[in-house]
Design a protein around this ligand. Structure first.
Ligand code: S3P
Length: 445
């Protein structure tokens, strides 16, 4: 872990209008993928706008341990000299992914297609998270696991396949991590590897594979799903990657701007890939003023400038099929829902239970300790918005960056301050969150 192990609590209190223009850090999903695909390519990959958070830095270290050359050439600018598809070297030590499920699971896929053995490990949070969902398809492709803890938990040893087998795999849950792991392993398999998902998950791996020279197609399957087919054994060529700002990070100051009276904040270069913007759709349905301009794209990933102004919000019902496009945003949506008038029902949140923490329980607890009426009914979260929040609670972050940031956002408009027990994990995804929020006018102390 790069951050200190001593907890760093922080209190957030009612603040004046938030105002200014900010660019939140680079997208975490794209940053991981740029490093991994750079490492699996021949030649040099130049990345600008990389998220320099702990999660991504752990992926960079793992790429180095697997034989790629990874260098920081300036602020958020990195180059990767790759080893080519199937070319990873045996790492000398265990690969430690810290808090990052994405880094760990995607690299498992990449390693599964190489004839090497690697030990995968992570922090106490990552060690509780399920890995069977990734290992099942990778084993079908010829990878082998050993020294694995009960329930398919880390640490574990993964031996990649010498002759990977292409498969047709129907993912049991909508998960870009499962899909990406299979596709990355499929790079080394002769023939076609196909992933079928019932609900479309984020498609950054597909878009970036194409950008690096792979032959990959994606078609509709069923009412909300996709069928993705990758042609194995391509020669991937190093490429230029411009990482747009992370909509999942922007979500926190965006909700802050909506709930703090009189706020007016502009966000530059926010990625607006439709498979990531479920929160913006939902907030708009709640009455949020989010204006989009300067729409453009890079490597198939659209981005835009967003102007967000404080808005009167109302409760809505969020359908379960929207979950994959806003899976990381429910915590902060629950904060917005607490300040709305009326009931917000968020349906189909089972996947929240296996994130950095059990986010369904943790979100309900965060709201409850601050006087908000909230209920978990099966896999649904129901929040009774009353237009204002009492606050005054101490929120347990459970090693989860997004709980810490959501609670701090809540405190900015609550009647009484909101305290979080530990802000250290914010460094995994949004290292400058606290100073950036302060620059907009947030009162954190
Ligand atoms: C991610 C996929 C999502 C998301 C995670 C990042 C990715 O997880 O929660 O933060 O970059 O592929 P699942 O695909 O497992 O839902």
């Amino acid at each position: 872990m790069a951050h200190s192990d001593t907890p760093t609590p922080l209190e957030s209190r009612a603040s004046g209008p938030l105002a200014g223009r900010v660019r939140v850090p680079g997208d975490k999903s794209i940053s991981h993928r740029a490093l991994i695909l750079g490492a699996l390519s021949v030649g040099e990959t130049r990345i600008s706008g990389l998220l320099e958070g702990e999660d991504v830095l752990n992926t960079a270290k793992s790429m180095q341990a697997l034989g790629a050359r990874v260098e920081r050439t300036g602020p958020f600018a990195w180059t990767v000299s790759g080893v080519g598809v199937g070319g990873f070297a045996q790492p000398a030590t265990a690969l430690d992914f810290g808090n990052s499920g994405t880094g760990c699971r995607l690299v498992m896929g990449a390693v599964a297609g190489c004839p090497i053995t690697a030990v995968f490990d992570g922090d106490a949070s990552l060690r509780t998270r399920p890995m069977r969902r990734i290992l099942d398809p990778l084993e079908l492709m010829g990878a082998r696991t050993s020294d694995i803890r009960e329930g398919g938990r880390l640490p574990l040893t993964l031996s990649g396949a010498r002759y990977p087998v292409p498969i047709v795999y129907k993912t049991p849950v909508a998960s870009a991590q499962i899909k990406s792991a299979v596709l990355l392993a499929g790079l080394s398999a002769p023939g076609m590897t196909t992933v079928i998902e019932q609900e479309a998950s984020r498609d950054h791996t597909e878009l970036m594979l194409k950008h690096f020279g792979a032959e990959i197609s994606s078609e509709k399957a069923g009412s909300h799903g996709r069928r993705i087919t990758l042609s194995g054994e391509p020669e991937l060529h190093g490429a230029e990657v411009v990482v747009p700002a992370d909509p999942s990070s922007a979500a926190f100051p965006i909700v802050a701007a909506l709930i703090v009276g009189g706020s007016d904040v502009v966000f530059s270069d926010v990625m607006t890939n439709p498979l990531r913007t479920g929160l913006f759709t939902t907030l708009r349905e709640m009455g949020a003023s989010i204006e989009e301009s300067e729409v453009r794209g890079d490597a198939g990933e659209p981005m835009a400038q967003l102007r967000v102004r404080a808005s009167k919000l109302r409760g809505v019902e969020v359908p379960p099929e929207r979950a994959p496009s806003m899976i990381d945003e429910y915590l902060v949506l629950a904060v917005a829902a607490s300040f709305a008038e009326g009931t917000t029902i968020m349906r189909g949140l089972q996947e929240l239970r296996v994130k950095e923490s059990d986010r369904l329980e943790a979100t309900a607890d965060m709201l409850r300790v601050n006087g908000v009426k909230v209920e978990i009914s099966g896999d649904d979260l129901i929040v009774e918005g009353r237009g204002h929040v009492e606050g005054g609670g101490l929120v347990a972050t459970h090693m989860d960056h997004r709980i810490a940031m959501s609670a701090l956002v809540m405190g900015l408009a609550s009647d009484k301050p909101v305290k979080v027990d530990d802000t250290a994990f914010i460094a995994t995804s949004f290292p400058d969150f606290i100073p950036m929020m302060r620059s907009l006018g947030a009162d954190f102390s």
